[in-house]
Design a protein around this ligand. Structure first.
Ligand SMILES: *Cc1c(COP(=O)(O)O)cnc(C)c1O
Length: 437
C-alpha cells in the first residue's frame, strides 16, 4: 500500500516511511491510497471470533502488503492482550471500556502497536541500527501510554516532555518511574511550551541531519489506525447480545485530536455496519462549529475537567476532510456533534452514578450524555469510555463526594522512584541537550 499526504504534495510513500517520518514532508498527514472492504462473511461471523482474531483480519487488510504476516500477527496479539468489555449502562446505552490496558488509557493500543511496528521497520532499514528518537509532549495520558508502549523496545528512545506541576501525580508516575529507554523531561512551562519545543525540533534542520526524530501522536498512521480494532470488537459484542441492536448501532466518541473517531470512520469504510457517529466534545467545540457552519476556525484551547480533549485545532480534522472529499454535506451526514461545559460534565457524572450505579470519567461522561441527548428511537448507542475514572481522582471524587478505589495497576506505578530531568522552555537549551545525546 502506498500513502499520500492530505496536503497532496507527497504521494507514493511506503508504509515504512510513513511510520518512521510520522508527518509528511509537506506537513500533511499520511493516508492510504485505498481502504479495502472486508468480505461480508467476516461480519456475519465476527461475534464468534476473539478480539485478537478479528483485529488481525482487519490489520491484514490495512498492513498485510507491507508487514510479514507472522510479524503482523505477533504485533496484533502482543498489543491486544487485555480485554475491552462492552458494559450495559442502561437500556440502549452501552459503555465500551477502553481502559483495561497497561496504563488504563485507550491510547495503549495505538502506542503499543506503533512501537512494535516502528521497531520492525527500523530493523529493516538500510541504516539499520541508527536509533530513532520519539519526542512526545504530554499533558498526561499520551505520555504514559507512549512511554509504557515503547518501554524496552529496541532501537527507540523516547523523550516525554511535560509541564512542571501541571500533570496529575498518578500520571506523572506513569512515565517518570520507568527508566531504560524512556527519559522524562520536566519543562518549566505549560503544555503549549512542551508542544512548541517538540514542533521546533521536528523543523530544525541541523537536529534532523544528526538524529532521527519522529512523533508518537495520533498523526502517525501506526498509532491512530489500530484504534479501528475497538469498533469491530464493539460491534461483535453487541451482535452477540442482540442481532437487532447491532443493526442500529450508533457510536459516540469523546474527541480531542479526533484520531480515535477517524479510526472508526476507517472501520466503517472497511464495511463495519455503524449507522452513524457522534463526536462528543467539551467546551473546545471547533468541530461542532464546523458541522454547524461549514467553517473551520482553529483557536487556542481552553482548559476543562476533561483535559485530554482540550484541543483547539484537532490534528486529524485533515484526515476527515480528505476521507469525505472536503464535502461538508457528506461529513454532516455521517457524524453529528455536541459539546458540554464543565458543569454539565459534572452533573452527568453525578446523575449517571445515582441512576445507574455506573461511574464515568469526565471524558466518557461527554460520550454518555451525548447518547442521552441524541439517540433516536430504535437505535442502540455505544460510547467509548476512554479513561478510568481513577485517572482523574481529585476531579471525580469532588464531583461525587466519595472516595474511589485506585486500581492495582495504577498503584503499582506510584511505588516507583520518580526520575526526570529539568528543561527550560527555551528551544536552544532543548536542542543542545538532544545534540549531546
Ligand atoms: C486522548 C484522549 C481523548 C481524545 O482522543 P482523540 O483521539 O485525540 O480524539 C479522549 N479521552 C481521553 C481520556 C484521552 O486520553
Amino acid at each position: 500500500m502506498k500513502y499520500y499526504s492530505t496536503n497532496k504534495k507527497v504521494s507514493g510513500e511506503s508504509l515504512s516511511n510513513a511510520v518512521i517520518k510520522g508527518l509528511a514532508e509537506d506537513k500533511g498527514l499520511f493516508m492510504p491510497d485505498q481502504i479495502t472492504e472486508i468480505p461480508a462473511m467476516f461480519y456475519e461471523n465476527i461475534d464468534k471470533m476473539s478480539f485478537q482474531e478479528m483485529a488481525y483480519t482487519a490489520a491484514y487488510m490495512m498492513f498485510g502488503e507491507d508487514v510479514h504476516a507472522n510479524m503482523l500477527k505477533t504485533i496484533v496479539y502482543e498489543t491486544l492482550n487485555f480485554d475491552v468489555p462492552l458494559v450495559k449502562v442502561e437500556d440502549n446505552i452501552y459503555s465500551l471500556e477502553l481502559f483495561h490496558g497497561p496504563t488504563l488509557a485507550f491510547k495503549d493500543v495505538g502506542a503499543r502497536f506503533m512501537s512494535r511496528m516502528l521497531s520492525y521497520f527500523i530493523q529493516r532499514q538500510a541504516d539499520n541500527g541508527k536509533q530513532v528518537n520519539v519526542l512526545v509532549a504530554t499533558s498526561g495520558d499520551t505520555g504514559s501510554a507512549v512511554a509504557n508502549g515503547f518501554l524496552g523496545v529496541e532501537g527507540i528512545h523516547v523523550y516525554v516532555l511535560y509541564p512542571k506541576g501541571l500533570v496529575s501525580p498518578i500520571q506523572e508516575c506513569q512515565f517518570t518511574t520507568l527508566g531504560q529507554n524512556i527519559t522524562a523531561l520536566e519543562v518549566d512551562g505549560t503544555f503549549d511550551d512542551c508542544q512548541a519545543l517538540v514542533k521546533s525540533a521536528f523543523m530544525d534542520e541541523e537536529l534532523n541531519a544528526k538524529m532521527k526524530l519522529t512523533s508518537a501522536n495520533s498523526i502517525n498512521v501506526a498509532r491512530f489506525l489500530p484504534q479501528a480494532f475497538y469498533y469491530f470488537y464493539a460491534y461483535a459484542q453487541l451482535k452477540k447480545m442482540s442481532e437487532e441492536a447491532a443493526k442500529n448501532m450508533v457510536v459516540c466518541v469523546p474527541s480531542g485530536n479526533f484520531g480515535n473517531i477517524t479510526a472508526g470512520l476507517f472501520a466503517k469504510r472497511m464495511g463495519l455496519p455503524v449507522k452513524r457517529f457522534i463526536a462528543a466534545n467539551n467546551r473546545n467545540d471547533i468541530f461542532l462549529e464546523y458541522l454547524k457552519t461549514g467553517k473551520y476556525n482553529p483557536r487556542p484551547s481552553v482548559s476543562t475537567i476533561a483535559n485530554a480533549m482540550d484541543v483547539g485545532d484537532p490534528s486529524n480534522f485533515a484526515r476527515i476532510l480528505d476521507l469525505y472529499g472536503n464535502s461538508h454535506a457528506a461529513i454532516s451526514a455521517e457524524i453529528s456533534g455536541i459539546s458540554y461545559d464543565d458543569e454539565q460534565i459534572a452533573d452527568t457524572i453525578r446523575t449517571c452514578k445515582k441512576s445507574t450505579g455506573y461511574l464515568l470519567d469526565p471524558h466518557g461522561a461527554c460520550g454518555y450524555q451525548a447518547l442521552k441527548d441524541m439517540l433516536q428511537p430504535g437505535e442502540t448507542g455505544i460510547f467509548l469510555e476512554t479513561a478510568h475514572p481513577a485517572k482523574f481522582l481529585n476531579t471525580v471524587e469532588k464531583i461525587i463526594g466519595e472516595k474511589i478505589e485506585i486500581p492495582e495497576k495504577l498503584q503499582e506505578f506510584m511505588k516507583g522512584e520518580k526520575k526526570s530531568e529539568s528543561m527550560t522552555k527555551d528551544f536552544a537549551d532543548f536542542k543542545s541537550y538532544l545534540l549531546e545525546k
